[in-house]
Structure formats: structure tokens, C-alpha cells
Design a protein around this ligand. Structure first.
Ligand SMILES: C[S@@+](CC[C@H](N)C(=O)[O-])C[C@H]1O[C@@H](n2cnc3c(N)ncnc32)[C@H](O)[C@@H]1O
Length: 364
């Protein structure tokens, strides 16, 4: 699906939020990998769907965001950062070269310290080969796979990334695309989910359960590709269909850093995030303060289903299984304590060392 209309196109509001998340994450990723205690001599930032690097209002596209994150946070002579940009629309490819020249009239780094490849081609047919060409494998790769949400990304590429050292993926997923075209889609769509046709049972589900089902199937695909830690969240546009960003990494530290980036993003933009697992679909940033209602519901459910739990384990659950951070857990449990829906075993104040249980658990 090349661009259906003029290039460049207007920057939708949720796109600005998405870029803010990329930027904040990459401002952590590049320094950790190039300057940190376990630094690597080189890393690669790769996009399978790069776009033209600019929007019609002049806003930066993701390739520019990524290069700025590197040049703002890492000295020009520290390590090598390769950039690979693939797009299947010739107009985007030509415009991206011009955009990069305009955005960086002086190269932020030498050619050797920052090789840049811009190539017309598809993510499916060309990305892996270009990563071979630039000798990216064997060193960390961050693959930004920001399609229109239809995710034409080979499972084999995901598997290779998952098995590559310190490598991560960020995938844009539009559940509506799959829900709408389920009866028309052939084997290609099953390939998106690692060959598993289970996603097609979406036709039997109630409308409100469909998007979550597609997300769950995609999470399963990333997990079976080899990413043990996943974080997904829903960008909630004021108009139009929601989009999910699904992040896969080999390390809980990656989840922690992505979550820090997510929670830092300006809450005033009014676009908001949601935890896709919350059935009441409450936005996290309706007001200035984070809305902890969805986390409260998830924790209550967990204690009812799983029996008593240590607050420390609930903090780890929040980190690895929800969009929330460990430090949100005590605050999210408080309303349950106040309502008598949970209690501290042995009595006393609720603290990180407490074990909590839901009295209603045994009656279920
Ligand atoms: C959502 S836009 C990318 C936006 C860009 N990542 C950004 O944030 O600025 C998707 C891009 O993917 C390109 N595209 C669509 N299908 C593709 C495919 N199969 N392989 C490579 N590029 C594709 C389109 O031409 C379009 O430029």
C-alpha cells in the first residue's frame, strides 16, 4: 500500500504523539547502547516504512526524529550509528533525501560514524537484505515498522531481529484493517500472525472484543518470534480508528525505558493512551493526572483470580503486563483498600512488602 494521495500528507494528531514517544525512547536507546557501561561499537536504527521524513505542515517525520535523537544525545565521535530507511513509494524516497539534506545542512556526524541508506523497496523484500549489506547483524538494531497498520512484515525478519543481540521492534498495528477485511484476506494476512489463522475467529466476536483479539494474536506472534517482553498501548485519536503500538524487546530494561518515555509524553495533547486490556477503555490522560482506574481494575481482577499476592509481584506485573509503571501500584490499590475489596494479610498499612488478598476470591 503505497501512499494513496499526495506526498507529503498532513500530520495527524496521534502521529505527533507517536513521534514524541519515538524521540524520547531513542534519546535513551542511543546513549545506553553507544555510551553505557556495556556499550557497543555500532548500532542500527532501521525503518521498513520510512515515509518522506516530513509532513505537509513542515513537521518532522520519524527518520528526522531518529537522527536528531542521536545527534542531540551522543557526541559525534562516539561509536557508529547506521540508519536504514526503506519505503516502497518513489516519491517518499526522493523526498526523504531532500528532507534529510534540508534538516541537516551540516552532517551531524561523518559518513563513517553515521552511514545512511535510503532505498526504494518493500519492507518484506528489501529490509533484511539491506541490513545484511550494511553489516548490521550481530550488533543492536532498533527496527521501527510503522506501516499503515496492515503490518506487511515477514515473520522470518521478526525472528531474526528477536535473536539478534539487544534488538527491538516497534510495530504499528491497525486492528480495524484486519477486522474489516477478514473475509477477503488470504495467506498473506495469516503470515502477519506467524502463519497462525486463529486471528480469523474475530468474525465470531462481539464488536467491542474484536480489536483486543487482533492485538492478542499479534502479541502472540511477536512472542513466538522470540521477543519475551512486550509492551503495547493504544493511541487514541480524537477522530478515526485507534492504532496500537506494539514494542518487543529481549530485556525488561527495554520495557522500563519505553514506559518512562510513554509516561513523559506531554499529556496536554489530548490524544491519550489506553491500556488495551481495560474493558472500560478509559484514557490514561483525560485530566492532568494519570488515570489509575484501569490499573485498579486489572489488579483487582488479578487478586480475585490468582489469590493473595505480594505488592512487589504486583509491581512487576504492572511493569511487564500493563502500560503502567511499578510506582503506580500502591496508589492504584488504595481505592480497593478503602472499599474493603482487598486487605493486607496480617493487618497493618499497605506497603511494598505487604501481601494483599481479595476476600471475594474464595467465593468465586
Ligand atoms: C505510516 S507511513 C510512515 C510514516 C513515517 N514512519 C513517519 O512516522 O514519519 C507508511 C509508509 O509506508 C510506505 N509503505 C507502504 N507499504 C509499504 C511496504 N510494503 N514496504 C515499504 N514501504 C511501504 C508508504 O509509502 C508510507 O510512506
Amino acid at each position: 500500500m503505497a501512499v494513496d494521495g499526495p506526498v507529503p500528507w498532513p500530520c495527524a494528531e496521534h502521529t505527533g504523539v507517536k513521534h514524541d514517544i519515538y524521540r524520547r525512547y531513542l534519546e535513551r536507546w542511543f546513549p545506553i547502547l553507544l555510551k553505557g557501561s556495556k556499550r557497543y561499537s555500532s548500532v542500527t536504527y532501521a525503518e521498513g516504512f520510512s515515509g518522506p521524513g516530513i509532513y505537509s505542515g513542515g513537521e518532522d517525520g520519524s527518520p528526522v526524529v531518529a537522527i536528531r535523537a542521536l545527534s542531540d544525545k551522543v557526541p559525534p565521535t562516539t561509536g557508529v550509528a547506521r540508519f536504514v530507511f526503506i519505503d516502497n513509494d518513489e516519491r517518499c524516497v526522493n523526498m526523504l533525501w531532500d528532507t534529510l539534506r534540508n534538516a541537516f545542512p551540516e552532517r551531524p556526524r561523518s559518513q563513517d560514524a553515521m552511514p545512511v541508506v535510503v532505498r526504494e523497496g518493500t519492507c518484506a523484500e528489501d529490509l533484511e537484505g539491506v541490513l545484511d549489506e550494511v553489516r548490521a547483524w550481530g550488533k543492536p538494531i532498533f527496527a521501527n515498522l510503522d506501516s499503515w497498520g496492515n503490518v506487511p512484515v515477514p515473520f522470518r525478519l521478526l525472528q531474526r531481529l528477536a535473536n539478534n543481540v539487544s534488538s527491538e521492534v516497534m510495530v504499528t498495528l491497525s486492528p480495524q484493517h484486519f477486522v474489516r477485511f477478514v473475509t477477503k484476506k488470504g495467506q498473506d494476512a495469516d503470515d502477519v500472525f506467524g502463519g497462525d489463522p486463529h486471528w480469523r475467529t474475530v468474525t465470531n466476536l462481539a464488536p467491542e472484543a474484536k480489536s483486543r483479539h487482533i492485538l492478542t494474536c499479534y502479541r502472540q506472534a511477536l512472542r513466538s518470534a522470540g521477543f519475551p517482553y512486550l509492551l503495547d498501548f493504544e493511541l487514541v485519536p480524537r477522530h478515526g480508528q485507534p492504532l496500537y503500538l506494539v514494542f518487543g524487546t529481549g530485556h525488561p530494561f527495554g520495557v522500563e525505558k519505553m514506559k518512562e518515555s510513554l509516561w513523559e509524553v506531554d499529556r496536554a495533547q489530548g490524544v491519550g493512551f489506553r491500556d488495551p486490556r481495560d474493558e472500560q477503555a478509559e484514557s490514561l490522560f483525560v485530566f492532568d493526572e494519570p488515570q489509575l482506574g484501569p490499573l485498579t481494575r486489572l489488579l483487582h481482577q488479578k487478586l480475585r483470580d490468582g489469590g493473595p499476592g505480594r505488592v512487589e509481584d504486583l509491581r512487576r506485573f504492572a511493569l511487564l503486563e500493563t502500560v503502567y509503571r511499578p510506582q503506580h501500584v500502591l496508589r492504584a490499590l488504595k481505592p480497593l483498600m478503602d472499599q474493603g475489596a482487598i486487605e493486607v494479610e496480617g493487618g497493618g498499612r499497605l506497603r511494598i512488602a505487604s501481601v494483599v488478598s481479595s476476600p471475594s476470591a474464595s467465593t468465586r
